[in-house]
Design a protein around this ligand. Structure first.
Ligand code: ADE
Length: 243
């Protein structure tokens, strides 16, 4: 996959992708990362990329021309969707990460200041995406979040990847995990995990997933298709006083 990032702060990306899984994916050629400063596309002699908002108000607005020219230039080599990072966008989810991981390329556009000229969205953007209901100082960290979530899904990025049992992959939060020691400060590993009965372990994990999701993310349980087994376990949890 080829990923291009349009940003006024390309240096911000130097840390997060130079370690661990993402670095390995880059080294293995699974992903090709390219950071472009769209200030380089400003035709202004002072390399200005923002201006006062028409109609007045606080803050500055990113101008349409340099961003449009930068995107057009990148599109010659990267045919993937252009994603504008913005708190006004569609909420990013694991489902979206899976869809984006199918693309041959992605172009991220990181806004800053008060926002971008609306015409950027009409002329150069395929999707406006938000990473959550809060406002950050710019789109760089959201782009890093989405890139991380997508790159780890690319074939070969994680050697023993098991996506069926991850949080969100089956619409539920993941069950608790334990490793040695069996006891620490009086807290013991649940007995069922120690006896090697895979069916019992599977049922325990499913119940714990449902309990966890019910306690912190009831919203995830709303529009979900349940198996009969899940419904039976859910009833069991509720009859035990689970909320
Ligand atoms: N830019 C500022 N806040 C953002 C958010 N929550 N998601 C995506 N881009 C943003």
């Amino acid at each position: 996959m080829r990923i291009d990032v349009l940003t006024l702060f390309p240096e911000m990306f130097s840390g997060p992708f130079e370690d661990s899984i993402i670095k390995r994916a880059v080294d293995k050629g699974i992903v090709d990362l390219n950071f472009v400063n769209f200030r380089d596309y400003s035709l202004d002699k002072h390399k200005k990329v923002d201006d006062y908002p028409f109609g007045g108000g606080a803050g500055m607005v990113l101008k349409v021309e340099p961003i449009y020219d930068a995107v057009e230039d990148l599109k010659k080599e990267n045919k993937g969707p252009v994603l504008l990072m913005s708190p006004k966008g569609k909420p990013f989810t694991q489902k979206m990460a899976r869809e984006l991981a199918q693309e041959a390329g992605l172009i991220f556009l990181c806004g800053h200041y008060e926002g971008v000229d609306e015409r950027v969205k009409e002329l150069a953007v395929d999707e406006e995406v938000s990473i959550g209901d809060y406002v950050l100082t710019g789109g760089e960290i959201p782009a890093m979040v989405i890139m991380d979530a997508v790159i780890r899904l690319l074939p070969g990025a994680i050697s023993d990847f098991s996506d069926v049992e991850e949080s969100f992959e089956n619409g539920l939060l993941e069950y608790p995990q334990y490793t040695r020691p069996r006891e620490f400060k009086g807290l013991v590993v649940p007995e069922v995990l120690l006896n090697g009965d895979h069916e019992k372990i599977r049922l325990w994990r499913l119940k714990e997933s449902l309990k966890k999701t019910l306690s912190v993310r009831k919203d995830l349980l709303q529009n979900r298709n349940y198996s009969e087994e899940e419904l039976r376990i859910l009833e069991e949890i509720l009859s035990e006083g689970g909320k």
